[in-house]
Design a protein around this ligand. Structure first.
Ligand code: PGA
Length: 250
């Protein structure tokens, strides 16, 4: 399905200090206010910056999100941040199941699904990440791995809600490598089938973002693909000019 309004979300990971609000974010905001974009834009900074970024954006055309949340709403979970806390700080979306969390923190599909439920309960838009490793791709398993992650990581409550899937091949994240356009189209089509397999009609409309080394040079071609509903952007979202160019390419 051709998605007309694309969603471009920046994932700052563990980068960003208050000074970046006066720098990169102010620059993005001024540009988007002067010339409104046809795409929806979002930024997911570290939790420490969410509230200040929301204040800096002050109702402007960039949504703010978290990069993870816990399943529990509160309690003795040192270092944890709940979905309700993200909402309290002004976030409207949250990235869940990013491969860095799946790998570093051993997050399983079942845990990601529970986090999706917690995010929905709190009123956040979940952006659910899936993607194969290089070894899995080389073994010809990319589509099967992505299907399995989708079946395990989605949540019954997603039907009728605002949410997105993000296909991010692990080997393309932060490496400058990207799949070919044909490979992206193939996995996005397989992902759509799996979303429908899991949720029925509820899996038909959520956008499927592509993520992994998206930059101003490759964004236009990737975003022009039928099943690509937007992009999840890491490194390039830290630079105002690059992130703006990707938003403008959508
Ligand atoms: P990258 O990261 O754009 O730096 O490859 C993407 C992501 O991890 O979401």
């Amino acid at each position: 399905m051709k998605q007309t309004v694309k969603l471009i979300v920046g994932n700052w990971k563990m980068n960003g200090l208050a000074a970046d609000l006066a720098g990169a974010v102010a620059e993005m905001l001024a540009d988007l206010k002067a010339t409104p974009a046809s795409a929806r834009a979002g930024l997911c900074p570290p939790a420490t910056l969410i509230e200040r970024m929301v204040r800096a954006i002050d109702g402007g055309p960039i949504a703010v999100g978290g990069q993870d949340c816990r399943v529990e709403t509160k309690g003795a979970f040192t270092g944890g941040v709940s979905a309700g806390m993200l909402v309290d700080a002004g976030a409207t979306m949250v990235i869940l199941g990013h491969s860095e969390r799946r790998q570093e923190f051993g997050e399983s599909d079942a845990l990601v699904s529970d986090k999706v439920g917690a995010a929905l309960q709190a009123g956040l838009m979940p952006i659910i990440c899936v993607g194969e490793t290089l070894a899995q791709r080389e073994a010809g398993e990319a589509a099967a791995i992505v299907r399995g992650q989708i079946l395990g990581s989605l949540h019954d409550g997603l039907t009728g809600q605002d949410w997105a899937l993000a296909y991010e091949p692990v080997w393309a994240i932060g490496t400058g490598l990207t799949p070919t356009l044909d490979q992206i189209a193939e996995i996005h089509a397989a992902a759509r089938d799996a979303m429908i397999e899991r949720l029925g009609d509820g899996g038909r409309t959520a956008p499927i973002l592509y993520g992994g080394s998206v930059n101003p040079g490759n964004a236009r071609d990737i975003l022009a693909l039928d099943e690509v509903g937007g992009a999840l952007v890491g490194g390039a979202s830290l630079k105002a000019a690059d992130f703006l160019a990707i938003i403008r390419a959508a």
